[in-house]
Write a protein that binds this ligand. Structure first.
Ligand code: AMP
Length: 241
């Protein structure tokens, strides 16, 4: 990562975990925006690649449409590239890592910066809540803006407020693909909670049902509460390694 004069030891690394539709993207944007941190959302990067018709987009599209994970090597290369262009005091990873191999690859990259994952925010919500959110989600095929017909509807029916394009449901938000994505989360990604606990990262759980504002308050409280204990987590981790 390009750190210029900044010391990489002061770089904060926050990983967001939780099933699709739980609100990681919305809350990740808020956390990053409030602190001036960089948000790296692999799903967003992939959708940009698909829209742009790049080689990566072409290779990723069929996995995404089927609700399957894009192969680790493509994802890790994409994240390395995103990190190389980042210059911020903190990075919020949203939708990455999703497998143990990706988590190990992230550890390796961060080892090079002498910077472990500090905190993991786990968003929790009952499955019916998540399914309803995904069924209401609409996004703009032109600029990528995201809305929700139940929770955050656009001012003008089904039109993007930013660029005026007609909104669409993401192809992977169709009910059958949603079921597969949730199963993939349970099988491949949920075990990362235990992975990070073993590594001594601070794992914080946030109830993700409720409005954006309610969840935002819980996130703030969780991150605020733990600011001072990050040093303790680091020394715990030092004992582990
Ligand atoms: P998301 O927007 O995070 O829900 O991601 C949408 C889709 O992109 C996922 O269902 C996967 O097909 C793919 N994807 C996003 N991030 C990853 C990742 N870290 N590893 C593998 N596939 C991913």
């Amino acid at each position: 990562m390009k750190r210029r004069a900044r010391d990489s030891r002061s770089l904060m690394i926050l990983v967001l975990l939780g099933p699709p539709g739980v609100g990681k993207g919305t809350q990740g944007e808020l956390v990053a925006g409030e602190r001036g941190w960089r948000r790296i959302a692999t799903g967003d990067l992939l959708r940009v690649a698909v829209r742009g018709g790049t080689e990566l987009g072409r290779r990723a599209k069929c996995y995404m449409d089927a609700g399957e994970l894009v192969p680790d090597e493509l994802i890790v290369a994409m994240v390395r590239e995103a990190l190389a262009g980042a210059d911020a005091d903190g990075v919020v990873f949203d939708g990455f890592p999703r497998t143990e191999a990706q988590a190990a690859a992230l550890d390796e990259v961060l080892d090079g910066l002498r910077r472990p994952v500090d905190r993991v925010l786990v968003f929790e919500a009952p499955e019916p809540v998540v399914v309803r959110r995904l069924s209401g989600r609409r996004s703009c095929p032109s600029c990528g803006a995201v809305y929700n017909v139940y929770l955050a509807p656009p001012r003008e029916d089904e039109r993007c407020e930013r660029c005026g394009s007609e909104l669409a449901r993401r192809s992977d938000d169709e009910p059958e693909t949603v079921r597969r994505r949730l199963a993939v989360y349970r099988e491949e990604t949920a075990p990362l909670i235990a992975y990070y606990e073993r590594r001594g990262a601070e794992v914080l759980r946030v109830a993700a049902d409720g409005t954006v504002e309610e969840v935002r308050c819980r996130v703030r409280e969780a991150l605020g509460r733990t600011g001072s204990s990050t040093a303790a987590a680091r020394s715990r981790r030092a004992g582990h390694l």
